[in-house]
Design a protein around this ligand. Structure first.
Ligand code: 0L1
Ligand code: MG
Length: 262
């Protein structure tokens, strides 16, 4: 690590304020070019610690930049991981206030809830399959706190991978009732198809994102506990939204997830 605990605490406060006030900031590596991956995740951990100290519960984990379309859109080749807080959740069919966000984008995501703990390193797909309780569809609303999306990957990690809001669908299915690789997803904005893909777009199989998350946590001495909700990452590129937009995502065999931006 290259940053001091004081700098990490200061950057966490800076990025959390940007989120809560919906004010954009310049990427933090401009001021701290030596920031490494451990520093970036330490800043994210400090944001999580601050939220939990304020009574906000951590209710899930997310993998980001896991689809080939998203990696191409961002010009990167490494997934990243973040956390979800209770206040980020919005009901299916509900409203998302854009005044609370900077420049939101939506992503259609295949999600899982686990029934057994997963611990890396060495965690593999079969262990993850055995640990899945059920699969649910969701839409993530990401909102980078960085001005004009000018960021690098470490700055994104520190900014909790742009986590802002998420909407979980109401239809759950057992893993053995689905083929997550061929599961089709159609994202509609204002009644027009904006993007479509199949589950295999996420790292060849969406559960690979859970494998990588378990191994990422394991490398840091942590585990993914039983009962974890995990978003495996957008299957398509992210689609920009604004007030007045209606988004509906159709997931094959998993129903639809919709929301309105106000
Ligand atoms: O959920 C994600 O794919 C993370 C996205 C981070 C970068 C962005 O804001 O687009
Ligand atoms: Mg996402």
């Amino acid at each position: 690590m290259n940053l001091t605990p004081q700098t990490i605490a200061g950057l966490a406060e800076h990025l959390e304020s940007a989120e809560l006030l919906a004010r954009d900031v310049t990427k933090i590596t401009d001021e701290h070019p030596g920031m490494d991956w451990d520093d970036a995740y330490a800043i994210q951990d400090e944001i999580r610690r601050r939220k939990e100290a304020h009574g906000q519960r951590t209710v899930g984990m997310k993998a980001g930049l896991t689809s080939f379309a998203k990696m191409k859109q961002m010009g990167v080749d490494t997934p990243v991981f973040g956390f979800l807080s209770d206040y980020m959740s919005r009901p299916e069919g509900g409203e998302i206030r854009t005044s609370e966000l900077i420049h939101p984008k939506v992503e259609a995501e295949i999600c899982v809830v686990t029934k057994a703990a997963l611990k890396g390193p060495g965690c593999h797909l079969a262990q993850v399959m055995a640990a899945i309780d059920f699969v649910v569809p969701a839409v993530e609303i990401i909102d980078s706190r960085y001005r004009d999306f000018k960021f690098d990957l470490k700055s994104v990690v520190a900014d909790n991978t742009s986590a802002a809001r998420f909407v979980v669908g109401s239809r759950m299915r057992a893993l053995d009732e689905l083929d997550l690789r061929t599961l089709g997803v159609v994202l509609e904005k204002n009644g027009q198809i904006a993007a479509m893909a199949a589950g295999a777009a996420v790292l060849g199989h969406p559960l690979t994102a859970v494998v990588m998350l378990a191994n990422h946590l394991g490398a840091r001495g942590q585990e993914l506990p039983a009962g974890s909700f995990v978003m495996t990452g957008g299957v398509t590129e992210a689609i920009a939204v604004q007030a007045g937009d209606h988004v509906n995502v159709r997931f094959q065999d998993l129903g639809s997830v919709s929301m309105r931006f106000v």
